[in-house]
Design a protein around this ligand. Structure first.
Ligand code: TRP
Length: 327
């Protein structure tokens, strides 16, 4: 089970960091992927763009290969049991531990005039999302590790007080090291909010992709065969390894080692291979976005699967908690 924030445009970092994991998991497990629209209300109470953002994130994930036939792909707000479980879990969550959460403290610092209770209990809502399906594996990045640790605490408190209902959820990743996709300006990784010219979005047009890649920082190349690659050059090679054929990467590695590398040619090649990679996804996402009827079907189908699983869990929860007064 995992949640995807509906914050608009996905980029290459999202693809290689998260989505590629989802694609493999959908073959190996019974998966629930959820658009976290309720979570977004904790920081974005203005909902005018919510629908468009939800549609976009669904379309882009499907365009990447997430199959709504294989997984439950749904919106958080379509599963009302989430709110019920969230309420029960809130009684087991302490103010002190919630206030200590790193993401909470960051958000308070960034937005001191909107420190609402939903923001404080964000990790409780996230726990409800996960354990509503009694999920064990949660594909998330490092920034979510603390939330998962809190989820395990809430689960253990629940199980201890009311009986074993939930397994302990844990972060899941196929690779030991999470794949980091470097940004094109040689600093940090691709991100939604920072330098947009240094990030390749799955919605970028071909010409823009080429332009961004050509603008990436290079130099006049090594003169000494033993020269280690500067970060910004290593980053370009890193990007090539993601989208270029192996022999192509090897050719440029050899050129580098022999001090005959031409970065202009290398970036041209990288630009073309990026276009080959991104443009079918962009096209497919566009087609899906134009088809509201299809999106509606996807959401309905996802909600049905998620609701079935949630209903089964909530029967166990109410039973364990002694909230069944009819028998
Ligand atoms: N908090 C997650 C994020 O910021 C999104 C999320 C919401 C989530 N519910 C979840 C992730 C459940 C994993 C499981 O990215």
């Amino acid at each position: 089970m995992s949640g995807i924030r509906p914050t608009g445009f996905l980029h290459l970092g999202n693809y290689f960091g998260a989505i590629r994991n989802y694609l493999r998991m959908q073959e190996d497990f019974d998966c629930f992927f959820m658009v976290a629209d309720l979570h977004s209300l904790t920081t974005h109470p203005d909902t005018r763009e919510l629908k468009a953002n939800v549609h976009r994130v669904l379309a882009e994930n499907i365009a990447c290969g997430l199959d709504p036939g294989k997984v439950a792909l749904y919106c958080q707000s379509h599963v009302h049991e989430t709110a019920e479980l969230y309420l029960y879990l809130n009684m087991l969550a302490y103010k002190g531990e919630l206030e200590k959460t790193t993401t909470f403290k960051d958000k308070v610092r960034l937005n001191p005039e909107n420190v609402n209770a939903g923001l404080l209990t964000y990790p409780v809502l996230q726990t409800a999302d996960i354990i509503l399906h009694r999920a064990k594996y949660v594909p998330v990045g490092k920034d979510q590790e603390q939330h998962l640790e809190m989820a395990r605490n809430f689960v253990n408190r629940f199980n201890h007080r009311y009986g074993e209902v939930f397994p302990e959820p844990q972060a899941f990743n196929y690779n030991q090291e999470l794949v980091k996709v470097p940004s094109l300006d040689g600093t940090g990784k691709m991100s939604k909010s920072e330098n947009q010219m240094a990030t390749l979005y799955l919605a970028d047009e071909d010409e823009l992709i080429r332009k961004k890649v050509m603008k990436a920082k290079t130099d006049s190349g090594p003169v000494d065969p033993e020269t280690p690659k500067p970060d910004y050059i290593e980053n370009l090679f890193g990007l090539m390894r993601l989208v270029c054929a192996e022999d192509v990467v090897k050719k440029f590695e050899t050129d580098y080692a022999q001090c005959s590398i031409r970065y202009g040619d290398m970036k041209k090649q990288l630009g073309e291979d990026m276009v080959q990679f991104i443009s079918p996804i962009r096209q497919k996402a566009k087609d899906i976005l134009d088809n509201e009827e299809y999106l509606k079907q996807v959401m309905e189908q996802g909600a049905e699967k998620a609701n079935r699983s949630a209903a089964a869990t909530m029967l166990l929860v109410r039973e364990a908690m002694g909230l069944n007064y009819y028998h």
